[in-house]
Design a protein around this ligand. Structure first.
Ligand code: PEP
Length: 253
C-alpha cells in the first residue's frame, strides 16, 4: 500500500495577536513557496483566522480553527459556530485536543457532536486522541484509544471517514519535550489503523491519515515520517516559528 499524502499542521494555541499571526503566516508563505508534496495547515487563534486567510489564500498553506461549537447560532456566549469558521476561510478544525479535554471538560460525547457539525459544514476535522502518562504506565493506552475512537466516531459511516484526519497525541508528550520514539508512535498508529479497519473497513483504513503530535521538531520529524503508519504531524510549539515549522514541513527521510 503506498503511503498517504503527508499532512503537517501547526496548532498556534493561544499565542499570537492578529498582527503577529499575519507576520508569521507571511514568512511561512515566503519560505514554503513551491512546496506541494505535503498538505500544510495552520490553526491560529479565532481572532486571527480571517486576517491569516487573506495572507495565505493564494498559497499552499491552508487554515484551520482550533475548536468549534456544534450549534448553528444562538445564545451561546463565547462560542464560535462552524459557519463562522468556514466564513473565515477555514477548511479544517482541530477537535478534541487534549488541552480542551483537560482544561475545558471536553468529553468524547462533545467530540462526537463537534465532528458531526464539522462534517455537516464541509470542514475536515482533525480529531485528537491520546493517553496520559498515568494511563500509559498502567498499560491502558490501547483501551483509552479504543474508547476515544469508538465514542468519538459513533454513528459515522465509512463515507464520513473519508473526510476526517486523526491525530495521535500522547498527552505526556505535548509541550513537554518528551517525544514518543518512532517505534512507540508506530505501534499506536498501527493499532489505530487496525481499529479503523474493524469499524469502517480496509479501504478507509488504508486511506485515513493519522498524524503524530507531541514535541515534534525539525530534528525528529524525519524518523517519525519513516514509519509506515505515520502520515504527518500536528505541531504545537515548533509551529510558532516560521523557520522551524518550515524545517518540519521540509522533512527528509
Ligand atoms: C499540540 O499542541 O498539539 C502539540 C503537539 O504541542 P507540542 O508540539 O508543543 O508538543
Amino acid at each position: 500500500m503506498s503511503k498517504r499524502k503527508p499532512f503537517i499542521a501547526g496548532n498556534w494555541k493561544m499565542y499570537k495577536t492578529s498582527f503577529e499571526a499575519v507576520e508569521t503566516a507571511r514568512k511561512l508563505v515566503r519560505i514554503l513557496k513551491g512546496i506541494n508534496h505535503v498538505d500544510i495547515m495552520i490553526a491560529p487563534p479565532f481572532t486571527a483566522l480571517a486576517a491569516v486567510y487573506e495572507v495565505v489564500k493564494e498559497s499552499s498553506v491552508m487554515v484551520g480553527a482550533q475548536n468549534l461549537f456544534w450549534e448553528k447560532e444562538g445564545a451561546y456566549t463565547g462560542e464560535i459556530s462552524p459557519g463562522m469558521i468556514v466564513s473565515s476561510g477555514c477548511r479544517y478544525v482541530i477537535i478534541g485536543h487534549s488541552e480542551r479535554r483537560q482544561y475545558f471538560g471536553e468529553t468524547d460525547c462533545n467530540v462526537n457532536k463537534k465532528i458531526r457539525a464539522a462534517l455537516n459544514n464541509s470542514l475536515v476535522p482533525v480529531i485528537c486522541i491520546g493517553e496520559t502518562e498515568k494511563e500509559r504506565d498502567e498499560g491502558d493506552t490501547f483501551n483509552i484509544l479504543d474508547k476515544q475512537i469508538k465514542m468519538g466516531l459513533e454513528g459515522f459511516s465509512p463515507d464520513d471517514l473519508k473526510h476526517v484526519i486523526l491525530a495521535y497525541e500522547p498527552v505526556w508528550a505535548i509541550g513537554t519535550g518528551k517525544t514518543a520514539t518512532s517505534d512507540q508512535a508506530q505501534e499506536v498508529h498501527r493499532f489505530l489503523r487496525s481499529l479503523i479497519e474493524n469499524l469502517f473497513g480496509k479501504k478507509i483504513a488504508g486511506s485515513v491519515r493519522i498524524l503524530y503530535g507531541g514535541s515534534v521538531k525539525p530534528e525528529n520529524i524525519g524518523e517519525l515520517m519513516l514509519m509506515p503508519d505515520i502520515d504527518g504531524a500536528l505541531v504545537g510549539g515548533a509551529s510558532l516559528d516560521a523557520e522551524k515549522f518550515a524545517g518540519i514541513i521540509n522533512f527528509k527521510i
